[in-house]
Design a protein around this ligand. Sequence first.
Ligand code: AMP
Ligand code: GLY
Length: 471
Amino acid sequence: MLIPAILRRIAVAARFPLLARTILKRYILVMAKMNILVVGNGGREHALAWKLGQSPRAGTIFVAPGNAGTAVDAVNVDIPAEDIGALIRFAKQNVVELTVVGPEAPLVAGIVDAFQTEKLRVFGPSKGAAQLEGSKVFCKNLLQTANVATAEYYVFRDAESASRFVLDRFPDERENVPLVVKADGLAAGKGVVVCSTRPQALDAIDRIARQMEFGVAGKQLVIEERLHGPEASVLAITDGRTILTLPPAQDHKAAYDGDEGPNTGGMGAVCPTPIIDDVTLHKIEAEILVPTIHTMKRSRTPFKGVLYAGLIMTHQGPKVLEYNVRFGDPECQPLLMRLKSDLVEVLEATIDGKLDEIPPLAWDDRPCVSVVMASEGYPGPYEKGRPIRGLEEAAAIPDVKVFHSGTKLVDGQAVTAGGRVLAVTALGPSFSAAKLQAYTAVKCIRWPGAWCRKDISDKALHLPKAEVRKK
Ligand code: AMP
Ligand code: GLY
């Protein structure tokens, strides 16, 4: 931004008319194209690369390591998201001026601090701030300090004390045991066990803290009260001082229709979600996001990046289930499909601590529905390498974008390479229209064993019409 600033000053000094200055500024911005690196290989990273590529400022968009979708919309780089040293070398060699980190693991490992030490511009929270997701104990303690509503909780350092707590609290084995047992550290979304009975709770403690099923993530345990209510995701972009709250989204975490079956990484998402109206969103901002960001700053771990609040709407109001320190996947896909503003400008303003200086974010009024197509067997074991057909037909449907998650290119052919394979995402004038559009595209795409939930967005459709209209 230094050169545009100097030229602008020259323009002012030379008393250029306003129009000439505006044209000059546009010209300089377009000329000052920057190479951008997106780190990760999922649907979220495909959506980020696609959206960043629409910026007039975007030069080459690299994705490391990327997938078959990012190979089309950007340039893939064969470096894993965890290899921070190799990513730094790549960024230097290829004059990357902005790096955007998608997944949590490199953030928690300190990728942002490492890039900053090398004077490379990077979007995301520091290692210290990423503990909000990297440690459930850190997160719960911070929520308590910030006086933010969350489930009552207890922390344990070993399986014995945790089991004793459960047995003391629920001496009768037949009693309902409404507890949630959580591994402290990152466990790829699997370290949380929602329990109803005592054997379930004791078994969860055993698996996490004795058998160490999630490795060192189980060195500490959080046991918390089980809350009830619909869930939603409210994401905000913050530079540590200013908070831009994004429209609320809703994930569909259960594998099967009607929210049945095992937990997954997310089988679909909608944005906005009518379960959070404007009044509730304002309350979430004032009573959850703002005190969290202030407390992070006061605790000397200021938060810059995307703060993702996983919320449960209880009878007492919204409560925080968890924080993530990045865009959600698949929530990112419908969010970015609705974003009209230049994402490069927003991410740069965040890095520079100037979010208060950019215009309010502009959004497409239409709702967006994203349907995840998965491999047979997911979330259990599944086969990879199945050729995916019909992607071109699906892409030709208006207002549809097929974001790739678990795919890779083999001899120019997109094949399955993960459990969640695609996030078929569509805009429409109403939730039902967007849903129809997304499922019309889904029908074009096929590979042996492909499946998806059939009810993504029905939770929004089934709300009373007046509530849907409010959004
Ligand atoms: P987390 O990774 O902490 O968000 O947990 C994953 C999922 O577990 C959430 O999306 C909820 O469905 C469920 N969960 C976590 N904590 C609780 C809780 N205290 N009460 C009820 N369900 C919970
Ligand atoms: N959609 C849930 C997550 O990104 O963690």
